[in-house]
Design a protein around this ligand. Structure first.
Ligand code: NDP
Ligand code: 8X3
Length: 251
């Protein structure tokens, strides 16, 4: 029987690449994000190429009521196998004393609180089934804090902490929890971070080959495809030119 995955932040970057990767192997999809037009387009493209069911859910992970009203008591989620908490963003790259409080709140509300809301809304399906798998997308930014990374790094450090906590507390339900921590990857991430300044965003990837969204999607697919008794707990991945948040070899 086909498996089913719910991916947050599927309208772009890692989430979109994951949608394609899992569909290629016959997984049914629940794709989510705020941009309905993009999700509809993705759903149409995927169903044209693959014989899978795609369901689109439009909501803002920051909005607690919206998350629970869209995700709770949905018969389509009764047989959900995997949740990927991928929706997230960085906003600004500023010294702590100069950074915007609004940017901080949006990052905390999205990367941390959004992940908590979606997980809490989806867990009842997994608990009822006595199995399930949550894959949380963290970052190398949560492994080493870098200058002007402050609150983004804090939210991604929290993704690892929450993943560890979930793994412990979900042990009794036999639910797997995996945290994947990618390094620099060229998606819309930096365009969002620099608020539409594409030229500055481009400089982030100057002089080296960053990860591609497909690399992260392949890794998530690998973690999702392991036998029932195997769980990757935490995985850090970077492009070959990057060792960690600090060491990046640019030509
Ligand atoms: P993109 O900007 O390409 O994609 C981000 C996705 O998150 C979009 O689909 C966006 O959808 C969704 N999203 C953002 N805010 C919300 C929200 N409030 N509610 C619902 N969906 C939201 O970036 P990436 O694919 O690169 O990023 C995906 C994840 O990976 C993020 O958590 C990011 O922090 C993390 N990451 C990225 C790295 C990189 O270098 N690119 C490296 C390490 C981690 P929409 O706007 O339609 O709502
Ligand atoms: C994204 C990677 O290094 O730009 O999480 O913060 S980095």
């Amino acid at each position: 029987m086909s498996k089913k995955i719910l991916i947050t932040g599927a309208s772009s970057g890692f989430g979109k690449a994951m949608a394609y990767r899992f569909a290629k192997d016959g997984w049914n999809l629940v794709i989510t994000g705020r941009r309905a037009d993009r999700l509809k387009e993705l759903s149409d493209e995927i169903t044209k190429s693959y014989k899978v069911d795609v369901s689109v859910k439009v909501f803002d992970v920051q909005n607690r009521d919206e998350v629970f009203s869209v995700l709770s008591a949905d018969p389509n989620l009764n047989d959900l196998d995997i949740l990927v908490n991928n929706a997230g963003l960085a906003l600004g790259r500023d010294y702590f004393d100069e950074a915007s409080l609004d940017d901080w709140e949006t990052m905390i509300d999205t990367n941390l609180k959004g992940l908590l809301y979606v997980s809490k809304a989806v867990l009842p399906y997994f608990i009822k089934n006595g199995k399930g798998h949550i894959i949380n997308i963290g970052s190398t930014a949560g492994k080493e804090v870098y200058e002007k990374g402050n609150v983004y790094c804090a939210t991604k450090t929290s993704v690892e902490a929450i993943s560890q906590a979930m793994r412990i507390d979900m042990l009794r339900h036999q639910i797997k929890v995996t945290a994947i921590h990618p390094g620099a990857a060229e998606t819309e991430f930096s365009i969002v971070r620099f608020k539409g300044d594409e030229a500055t965003a481009k400089t982030v990837y100057d002089g080296y080959q960053p990860l591609k969204a497909e690399d992260v999607a392949d890794t998530a697919f690998y973690c999702a495809s392991l036998p029932e008794h195997v769980c990757i707990n935490s995985l850090v991945m970077t492009c070959t030119s990057q060792a960690n948040s600090f060491y990046l070899l640019r030509k």
